[in-house]
Design a protein around this ligand. Sequence first.
Ligand code: NAP
Length: 251
Amino acid sequence: MRLAGRTALVTGGSRGIGKAIVRALAAEGAKVAFTYNSNTDAANELVKELELDQREAYAIQANAADAEKARELIESLLEKWEKIDILVNNAGIIKDGLLATMSEENWSTVINTNLTSVYNYCQAAMRPMMSARHGRIINISSVAGRYGNPGQTNYAATKGGIDGFTRCLAHEVGRRGITVNSIAPGFINTDMTEAVRNAAGKEITKQISVRRLGEPEDIANAVVFFSLNESSYVTGQVLTVDGGLTLGSGM
Ligand code: NAP
């Protein structure tokens, strides 16, 4: 229970990596609110699971790209909890395609969901964290932001953008007791990667040093580290969690 008394907000927490993050923070004793976009059943199921385990958890439908909704949500959490200790910007989507034929909509939806959302939630959480002189901001980026993938100009632009954002904000708020870090996952076993996994899972596994795909819990463990007091001297960093996928390879 290393996070007992802490409060956390996770965007996109109903499935995949976000779900594992919500579970891990709650298991360490934090009160956790999480957002989702459309799958209300998955969100409610997770709340039920956590409540059965005597944890405090809330699910809120909120498109991460909606700045007004982000402000309202943070306000309502402050009324309930009086503080937000941990913010995890995890919500993200892919809309892959070669740039030559990428629609403006597929460009801007990915930019707004993955990157503008980080601005929305960080800005809304900034004032309460600065007043409390404590905060942990953890942004989920991707190895694609650094190494790139064909068909992911929109996605990689958001993830590289998140890492740059992380370093700048870390500079701005370090003196206020707030740390800001990114986690760059490699290939993780979630709905997002299902199609690629089905098509090329075995080939991908061969490229990973530890010879397995990542599990959502591998990312959640890193989030817990960045949430703890023990990580207070680590800020502005991008932690790659990819089982060695990008180690010395073509990536
Ligand atoms: P996922 O399995 O597709 O789950 C996405 C989660 O985000 C769901 O809870 C979904 O809610 C929510 N979400 C989607 N669009 C949203 C929006 N507009 N507003 C609020 N919530 C939204 O994805 P994942 O694989 O767990 O990925 C999570 C994060 O890790 C993403 O930022 C992704 O880019 C990053 N990442 C993943 C991998 C990987 O290999 N999986 C690798 C590198 C980075 P609904 O259930 O309502 O749709």
